[in-house]
Design a binder for this molecule. Structure first.
Ligand code: FE
Length: 252
C-alpha cells in the first residue's frame, strides 16, 4: 500500500534560505533544512529547480539559512514563501547583512543564522539537495524556532506548490470539500455591487492561510475596517500571497 499520509508524520522547521548571484540577492522559505553531519558541520537544503534561489545557489556555490522565530508574521513568510524573486525584490523588504560567503543573511525574525558553501549536491528530480559545509553560524537571540506544524496549525499556513512536501488539499485543488460561500456564483456577475446580506464572517486564503477579518479590513489594500468580504472588489488580492478573491473560503 502507499498512504501518502504516512509522510505527513515527518516533522520540519521553517527557514529562509538565501543566496547571491553577482549583485542580485534572493531568498525563499524552505521547510527542508537539516544538519547532515557534525564533523565537519554540514547542513542540507532541498530547493525546487525552478526557483530563483536554486539558480543563485548553483552560481555562487553558497547559501545562508535563517532559522525563523515562532512569532514570525505571515506577511514575512508570504514575502519569502509565496512570491517570486523574479517579480519582487524580497531582500529589499527584509533586514539582512552580507555574510562571509557573500550570501545575504536575513536577520529579521531569525533566531539564528547559518552560512554554508556547497560541498555536494544531489539531483532528486523536481528538487536539488544541496549539502553545504558550515562556514559561519551565529545565535541572534533567544526564542522558540518555528516548526512546520506550528506554521500549519497555529498560523494556518499552507505549503506552496513548489515545496518538496506539497500535497494538494483534500478533495482536490481548491478544497472542494468545503462548501462554497453562498454568494460565490454572483460575485463574477456583479463585481462591485453589494451582495445582499453580507456577513462579518472571516475568510481564509486557501493558498497561504491569511485570514481576512472584516472588522480590520485590509489597510495595505486600502480596504477600510468594517468591509464585509463579500463587498471586496473582485480584483482584490490576498495581501500575503496575491491569490485572487475566489481562492478564499469562509472560516469554520
Ligand atoms: Fe494568500
Amino acid at each position: 500500500m502507499f498512504d501518502p499520509k504516512a509522510l505527513w508524520s515527518i516533522t520540519y522547521g521553517l527557514y529562509v534560505v538565501t543566496a547571491r548571484s553577482g549583485d542580485k540577492l534572493n531568498g525563499q522559505i524552505a521547510n527542508t533544512v537539516f544538519q547532515a553531519t557534525a564533523e565537519p558541520a554540514r547542513v542540507a537544503v532541498s530547493i525546487n529547480r525552478n526557483n530563483l534561489t536554486h539558480e543563485y545557489i548553483e552560481k555562487s556555490r553558497a547559501f545562508a539559512v535563517s532559522c525563523l522565530d515562532e512569532t514570525t508574521p505571515m506577511e514575512f513568510i508570504g514575502l519569502f514563501g509565496f512570491k517570486s524573486g523574479r517579480e519582487v525584490d524580497k531582500l529589499g523588504q527584509a533586514k539582512h547583512r552580507e555574510g562571509a560567503t557573500g550570501s545575504p543573511v536575513v536577520t529579521e525574525n531569525a533566531l539564528s543564522v547559518i552560512e554554508a558553501r556547497v560541498a555536494d549536491k544531489l539531483d532528486v528530480g523536481t528538487h536539488t539537495i544541496f549539502v553545504g559545509e558550515v562556514v559561519a553560524a551565529e545565535v541572534l537571540r533567544p526564542g522558540k524556532p518555528m516548526t512546520y506544524a506550528y506554521y500549519q496549525e497555529v498560523k494556518r499556513g499552507r505549503a506552496p506548490r513548489a515545496a518538496p512536501t506539497y500535497h494538494a488539499p483534500e478533495g482536490g485543488a481548491g478544497e472542494a470539500a468545503k462548501p462554497a460561500p453562498p454568494s460565490a456564483p454572483d460575485e463574477a456577475a456583479k463585481p462591485a455591487a453589494p451582495v445582499p446580506g453580507p456577513t462579518m464572517k472571516k475568510y481564509v486564503c486557501d493558498v497561504c492561510g491569511y485570514v481576512y477579518d472584516p472588522a480590520a479590513g485590509d489597510p495595505d489594500g486600502k480596504v477600510p475596517p468594517g468591509t464585509p468580504f463579500e463587498n471586496l472588489p473582485t480584483d482584490w488580492k490576498c495581501p500575503v500571497c496575491g491569490a485572487s478573491k475566489d481562492e478564499f473560503s469562509p472560516q469554520d
